[in-house]
Design a protein around this ligand. Structure first.
Ligand code: FE2
Length: 374
């Protein structure tokens, strides 16, 4: 009953209909090398390129794709560029979470009138493949949501980009689409950003974890999960909490220099196969102690997978009312302890692995301690 009435309400109030994540854009120090890394290590495919050769004089952007996930890697070409200042402050990280809409002009109007801070006024880009309409607003820190409307476009990515043909095409590893993107925000800022997603973007809070649920002996955090109306876009938001030692969220804030995206979770249909390939290609993952697997089925119930390969790879399992999920987290993918990726396979479960938080955060704290930041 409660679910039904919530859905009815959502349909009435969904002033910002979203079709999903259009792309995730990282600002990086060297986009050419980063593109090689994401192809080699993560199995992304070459899709499109923009730079001096395509008439974009101040930056280079590489677009990579794997199934429905598009990753854009952008680097500035001159020292006095605003992206250079962004990189000096934050290091490599997510600048843009772009959302796929049917009307980018309306998305801008709806969010601005509800209090969003403008990043990009609506504009229309055209070339021989048609038109892309886009606009953008700021969210936490210097992070941005672009609204991308591509229903009248048939080119490789968007105007300004050309198709990127490469002779180097490592196999994909089965990554499918963005499942969720998590933001780390400052002390006492979580509810401010929950309200932003509710009021400005029409999202609702679907799950809440307090610091008692997400704490180890040493450190703690709080988290609230925001979802748009159709559930295609989910943004958990973390805030540090007081513990005996420094919260992992605080370590992130120290090194990113601001609020920002902590991790991007990518879905797969076969996590054992995907993670095997990622590990073979050199991707490093957080490891929990082997004792995690001793009573696994007693904790989460019967699962389809053999426990042994999960244990060898370090894959975690959690169950909720609707099913279970398998997940694993990479170590940070740059030298600063900031952005990392999660690989997730959902088998009915719609939650985020709360049952794994303790084991996971203890693993994370061992890394944090090794860096001297606990
Ligand atoms: Fe996650």
């Amino acid at each position: 009953m409660e679910t039904q009435s919530a859905e009815t309400k959502t349909q009435i109030t969904d002033f910002l209909p979203l079709n999903g994540t259009d792309f995730v854009e990282l600002y990086v120090g060297n986009a050419k090398q980063a593109a090689h890394f994401y192809k080699t290590a993560f199995g992304f495919q070459s899709m499109a390129y923009a730079g001096p050769e395509t008439g974009v004089k101040d930056r280079a952007s590489y677009v990579l794709v794997q199934n429905k996930m598009r990753l854009v890697l952008t680097t500035p070409l001159k020292p006095d560029h605003e992206i250079s200042a962004h990189l000096t402050k934050h290091g490599d990280g997510v600048k843009i979470i772009a959302l796929w809409v049917d009307d980018a002009y309306d998305a801008f109007e709806q969010t601005i009138k509800r209090g969003a801070r403008q990043y990009m006024e609506p504009k229309t880009l055209t070339d021989e493949h048609g038109e892309i309409r886009m606009s953008g607003i700021y969210t936490y820190g210097e992070t941005v949501h672009l609204f991308i409307e591509r229903k009248n476009y048939s080119g490789p990515f968007m105007p300004g980009y050309k198709k990127w043909e490469s002779h180097y095409n490592p196999e994909p590893v089965g990554l499918l689409y963005v499942d969720h993107c998590v933001g780390n925000v400052g002390w006492n800022q979580m509810n401010k950003w929950v309200k932003f997603y509710e009021d400005v973007m029409g999202f609702r809070n679907i799950l809440t974890f307090d610091d008692k649920q997400i704490s180890t002996e040493y450190s703690a955090l709080m988290s609230k999960v925001m979802s748009n109306g159709n559930g295609y876009v989910k943004f958990p938001i973390n805030e540090p909490a007081e513990g005996k030692k420094k919260s992992q969220v605080e370590e992130y804030l120290d090194f990113y220099g601001d609020e920002g995206v902590q991790h991007v979770a990518i879905a797969t249909h076969n996590i054992v196969d995907t993670v095997t390939q990622l590990q073979n290609r050199g991707v490093e993952f957080l490891k929990v102690p082997n004792t995690y697997y001793d009573d696994l089925e007693a904790r989460v119930g019967k699962i389809d997978e053999d426990v042994e390969p999960l244990k060898e790879l370090g894959i975690l399992v959690d169950r909720d009312d609707e099913g279970y999920l398998l997940q694993i987290f990479t170590k940070p993918i740059e030298d600063r302890p900031t952005l990392f990726f999660e690989i997730i396979q959902r088998k009915g479960a719609k939650s985020f692995g709360a049952g794994n938080f303790k084991a996971l955060f203890e693993a994370l704290e061992r890394e944090q301690d090794a860096r001297g930041n606990l």
